[in-house]
Design a protein around this ligand. Structure first.
Ligand code: NAP
Length: 335
């Protein structure tokens, strides 16, 4: 038997429980991983609380990322003892995810932990950090260098927003952190390096389709009116990265920022992005962390606290990351 969060049906709240399941209840893939850490992301919270149709089939173990150690492998290139990280690829949505003591992996999902990163660093980075790094790499590819002007980050105190703020500041960008957390000044400015703060409320209502040009680019974690307002205030030839929907999925804007200012809107998807992009992002973290420890705060919880924490995360008052530690060393049953 192994401990897991086990989602059993699609309605009601919560739709899950921390329970014991048979290992045979999980779909077997060639590499068996003992989970050291998973994390609680916005999408996990939606799935666990039954607030959005994240889960494609029931029953399912949620958890869209995990860090662990290979304990059995049918493949020569994945050896017992290797530390690995998996983010996305439909785990915790279509396939059993990281919120269990054991995770069965397809080989193409696995990324070996870069040597500079500890297992806890990789867990804290997880899907949120990877998404933020992909967004920053995309801004760079679009030619948005620090000299071009400030970058706005919405949902700045959340997981993706915190990483975006820190990475951008570390790379020399001026960062305007947009937040609804009125007590986050010290965190966003002193800890993560934001240059200034803007209140979330200034962006969360419908606004003009074009506003005074304020930033060269933006990383938007919340969607809806906030994204429309970010586009409206983006400088000529600027670029806005859309990567989240904490405010909503809709986007009510006009073509004005695109045809009058050549603003680009680029989406980032960390779930099914190519392996080469993931490797580039993890490599960039290795470089950044060779100079400085991760400043992103995190709280560690165990499986029994996951449901309560998921409900709190959806209330929108989350700061940093929530890591789920799978404390008990699991051993494979004798075969
Ligand atoms: N594209 C991808 O591949 C990808 C990957 C990971 C996550 N995501 C998405 O990115 C978003 C952020 O994920 P996360 O894990 O960082 O979540 P999170 O830790 O919960 O952070 C979301 C942040 O958004 C802000 N926020 C919450 N409710 C809001 C509202 N109603 N209006 C405006 N702002 C609100 C809050 O920041 P402040 O208090 O600072 O305002 C909150 O901390 C989610 O929509 C998630 O689904 C996408």
């Amino acid at each position: 038997m192994l401990q897991a969060i086990w989602l059993t049906h699609s309605t009601g709240s919560p739709i899950s429980a921390s329970t014991e399941i048979e290992a045979s209840a999980l779909t077997h893939f060639p590499v068996t991983v003992r989970v050291l850490y998973s994390s609680l992301n916005y999408k996990d919270a939606l799935a666990i609380c039954g607030k959005a149709p994240v889960i494609r089939q029931f029953p399912l173990v949620p958890g869209i990322d995990m860090v662990g150690e290979v304990i059995a492998s049918q493949l020569p290139n994945w050896a017992v003892g290797q530390q690995v990280v998996v983010t996305g690829w439909g785990i915790g949505e279509q396939y059993h995810g990281g919120l269990a003591e054991i995770f069965y992996a397809k080989p193409e999902w696995l990324m070996e932990l870069p040597p500079q990163l500890s297992a806890i660093d990789a867990a804290v980075i997880g899907t949120a950090g990877l998404t933020a790094m992909l967004a920053v790499l995309q801004l760079e590819q679009q030619g948005i260098t620090p000299e071009r002007g400030p970058i706005a980050v919405s949902g700045a105190s959340g997981g993706v927003g915190s990483f975006s703020t820190w990475i951008l500041a570390k790379l020399g960008y001026e960062v305007v952190a947009i937040t609804g957390d009125c007590q986050a000044t010290e965190y966003l400015v002193e800890t993560l390096g934001a240059t200034s703060l803007s209140p979330r409320a200034e962006f969360s209502e419908p606004g003009k389709k074009l506003l005074a040009e304020r930033w060269a680019g933006a990383i938007d974690c919340v969607g809806s009116h906030t994204l429309a307002n970010l586009l409206a205030a983006t400088q000529r030839n600027g670029c806005v990265i859309s990567c989240g929907m904490a405010q909503g999925l809709t986007l009510d804007t006009s073509v004005a920022p695109f045809i009058l200012r050549s603003v680009r809107l680029v989406g980032v998807d960390s779930v099914y992005c190519e392996t080469a992009q993931r490797q580039a992002a993890w490599q960039r973290f290795s470089t950044l962390l060779s100079e400085e420890a991760l400043p992103i705060p995190y709280q560690t919880i165990d499986l029994d606290q996951v449901i309560e924490s998921a409900e709190k995360l959806l209330e929108g008052n989350n700061r940093g990351r929530t890591i789920v530690a799978l404390a008990k060393p699991y051993s494979l049953p004798c075969q």
